[in-house]
Design a binder for this molecule. Structure first.
Ligand SMILES: C[S@@+](CC[C@H](N)C(=O)[O-])C[C@H]1O[C@@H](n2cnc3c(N)ncnc32)[C@H](O)[C@@H]1O
Length: 276
């Protein structure tokens, strides 16, 4: 089994912060006064980008003043979105050090460092006290996590009784192994997709209740196709997931569509709760 360092190595494609700043400059986006909307094409680093984060946020009972956790926060885009939209505080944790370095600078540039804090860490061993957060979320992270039971147990531990957990991931479909490279892995030893029913079972075993799974496959296919169509019409955009994910993101995205359409991947969005 690959180590967690292998996962961080996979996501580290050079100097992330430098590439982001260069792309913003090329796109003519001034750093002074930059907004979270300006950053959305880059920092919502998962299928459907900002639209996916909004979908998940709409299902979560987030209230102003709450203290939330984003497990596998990437460069902090979803954390900044939640903190800004709901006027709450979000802590983000990610295993890839270069993403945290970039995310902290983006917090500073967007003047959000009082509402969002980021740190390096592994979702399987969370460095927070028990029952500390009002809720937690994790978007497109668990496909890299071999110890899914440990990851869910830690999420459960740090959430207060009555708190929520929102998750999105590409589950393993019924029709065979995925096709590589994918946006989240270029090889099998760092890809730990499991069937949606198994995710539901593991969440239940961790203690979560009110578990509701939503099949997001067709939304993702439409989302990937919209990006591909826009690129065909307008040419490659300066700002997009390639800034962090690398120039072969279109190939990875098209493999992801193939996996969904062939039933090799079953994407889901899940909301569940820690009992009161
Ligand atoms: C597709 S990106 C999603 C980033 C962020 N959630 C977002 O939606 O913008 C997957 C992220 O999961 C992180 N990751 C993978 N395994 C992890 C683990 N065990 N603990 C913490 N982060 C992890 C990677 O470093 C990467 O930033």
């Amino acid at each position: 089994m690959a180590s967690t360092n292998a996962v961080a190595d996979y996501w580290t494609k050079g100097n992330t912060l430098k590439r982001i700043l260069q792309a913003l400059e090329t796109a003519g986006v001034a750093l002074e006064g930059i907004s979270i909307t300006d950053l959305a094409p880059i920092d919502q680093f998962h299928a459907r980008g900002l639209a996916g984060t909004i979908d998940l946020a709409n299902r979560l009972p987030i209230a102003a003043g709450q203290n939330l956790l984003d497990i596998g926060c990437g460069i902090g885009g979803p954390a900044r979105y939640m903190a800004d939209r709901f006027d709450c505080h979000v802590s983000g944790l990610d295993i890839t050090p270069g993403f945290i370095t970039a995310g902290e600078e983006l917090n500073r540039l967007t003047r959000m460092d009082d509402k969002v804090d980021l740190r390096v860490g592994d979702g399987v061993t969370l460095p927070y006290g028990s029952a500390y957060f009002d809720g937690a979320f994790s978007q497109h992270v668990t496909m890299n996590v071999a110890d899914r039971a440990g990851f869910f147990a830690e999420a459960f531990r740090v959430i207060k009784p009555g708190g929520f957990f929102g998750l999105s991931e590409h589950g393993l479909g019924p029709n065979g192994d995925p096709v590589f490279p994918l946006p989240w892995a270029d090889r099998a030893d760092i890809c730990h997709m499991i069937p949606p029913g198994e995710t539901e079972h593991l969440l239940d075993t961790a203690g979560f209740v009110g578990i509701e799974l939503l099949d997001t496959g067709s939304r993702y296919v439409n989302g990937y196709n919209e990006v591909a169509a826009k690129m065909k019409a307008d040419g490659p955009s300066v700002l997009g997931p390639h800034v962090i994910g690398g120039e072969d993101i279109p190939l990875r995205s098209s493999n992801s569509i193939q996996c969904i359409e062939e039933g090799r991947s079953s994407p889901i969005e899940v909301v569940c709760f820690k009992p009161v």
